[in-house]
Design a protein around this ligand. Structure first.
Ligand code: LLP
Length: 422
């Protein structure tokens, strides 16, 4: 459930009218709901009837400091994949002992920064990364807490570009080399092996692939313990999907996911770490945009929005479906017409929705693109020299601009003219 509802004929985020935000901040603009973020976090964490559970929000999904601070106060830790994300989590007052560092390409400098910060664990994805981390920790005469990310070779049955647990993917240590990698880890003086990590993909809409992967983890933990390794934590990654399409995909509820996990891994006596991103933030945000023009094509009608693929890349990159709502509530009996919702960027891929039924729309109408709270603003760019899109956060009947719109001085000021052109 989210807190984007029509009230008195106007779409609201909690008690704030989206017309008001559009009038005061202008469009395009992201709008997040505090109550929805908090509710999703509570529902997710409540799904684990298991004492030692750490929920690390995947910062890559939405890294705005205000969003991180909201979730941190609700009890979330953070899953980060770069020094930048780690700095964000720390700046949002998420305690380092609740932060895990994932990713296939951590640099020695990033490892150094994370060691100084005192994070909970490194999720290490290769033998060479293990050796680098051992060197960094050695230079400080400390031990780095490590879980090895194992690639279980399981098909997550999701979009191929967000599938990570197949042998052909770059992620994790191949299942067949897992025992050997743990032997290596145990032999390195500055590595403290603490657990096992797995993450098989994103936007999963079935439990079965998760279950298969987690059963492999249990098998591995047992073999590792039998070989003398002390395994105290298991990190099962993120990936639980959300409903994007009205009447479309029906992902498992967090309660079913949590119950399955506790059933499969519950008697190992490990700390349980989860890294949800999309589930927490996806339906807690919308992209608010205005129709610039209605253009009649040869055989179709285009609604040209002031938001574009640079502001929300998901449809262009993953052919992702996002719901589209007019901010003015359509009359129940108003006819439906088909529109192609497109942006101003000079690419055919700049298409949010094709042949989407909508009530008759006019130039100037406000539109909310739904489910944009995860992998929206974080993936935005300035392509076509468009200003980075601003973000707002609603709480009850108030809202705040949590990232102002960039301006042209800042954007053009990033470029430097070499001396020979001056
Ligand atoms: N943990 C790790 C190690 C990950 O790589 C990811 C996502 C997550 C957790 C969080 O997964 P989630 O719970 O959000 O599914 N840009 C794509 C999604 C990329 C996901 C990358 N990894 C999209 O817009 O669909």
């Amino acid at each position: 459930m989210d807190h984007f509802q029509y009230k008195n004929g106007i779409l609201h985020a909690e008690n704030v009218s989206l017309e008001r935000i559009a009038a005061e901040v202008a469009t395009p603009v992201y709008c997040y709901s505090t109550a929805t973020l908090e509710r999703h976090f509570k529902v997710f964490s409540g799904a684990f009837d298991y004492a030692d559970t750490l929920i690390c929000f995947a910062v890559k999904a939405n890294s705005n400091l205000a969003v991180l601070k909201t979730l941190g106060r609700a009890g979330a830790g953070a899953d980060v994949v770069s020094e930048g994300e780690l700095r964000r989590a720390l700046a949002a007052d998420i305690p380092p002992e609740r932060i895990v560092f994932s990713g296939v390409g951590k640099t020695a400098a990033e490892m150094d920064f994370a060691m100084e910060a005192g994070i909970h664990q490194f999720n290490v994805e290769s033998e060479t990364e293990l050796r680098t981390l051992n060197g960094v920790a050695g230079s400080k005469a400390v031990k780095a807490p490590v879980s090895l990310r194992i690639n279980p070779d399981i098909d997550a049955k999701t979009h191929e570009k967000i599938s990570t647990g197949k042998a052909e993917n770059k992620f994790g240590i191949p299942w067949s080399r897992a025992m050997e990698a743990y032997r290596l880890a145990a032999s390195l003086p500055h590595i403290d092996v603490v657990g096992v990590d797995v993450h098989i993909g994103s936007q999963l809409t079935e439990l079965a692939p998760f279950r298969s992967a987690f059963e492999r983890v249990v098998e591995l933990v047992k073999s590792l313990r039998a070989a003398g390794h002390s395994i105290q934590r298991i990190d099962l990654g993120g990936g639980l999907g959300i409903p994007y399409t009205e009447g479309g995909e029906v992902p498992p509820l967090p309660a079913a996911y949590g119950a399955m996990i506790v059933e499969v891994v519950g008697n190992l006596g490990c700390q349980l770490i989860l890294e949800p991103g999309r589930l927490i933030a996806g339906n807690a945000g919308i992209l608010l945009t205005r129709i610039l023009y209605i253009k009649e094509g040869e055989n179709r009608r285009f609604a040209i929005l002031d938001a574009a693929m640079n502001d929300l890349m998901r449809p262009a990159v993953y052919d992702a479906y996002h719901g589209i709502l007019p901010v003015a509530e359509p009359k129940p009996d108003s006819p439906r017409e088909e529109y192609d919702f497109v942006g101003p960027v000079c690419e055919t891929a700049d298409l949010f929705a094709k042949s989407r039924p909508a009530p008759p729309l006019q130039e100037g109408d406000l539109i909310a693109i739904k489910s944009a709270g995860a992998y929206g603003a974080v993936m935005s760019s300035t392509y076509n020299t468009r200003l980075l899109v601003p973000e707002t956060l609603v709480k009850g009947d108030q809202y705040s601009v949590i990232r102002p719109r960039q301006n042209y001085d800042i954007l053009l000021g990033l470029d430097k003219i070499p001396s020979w052109l001056e």
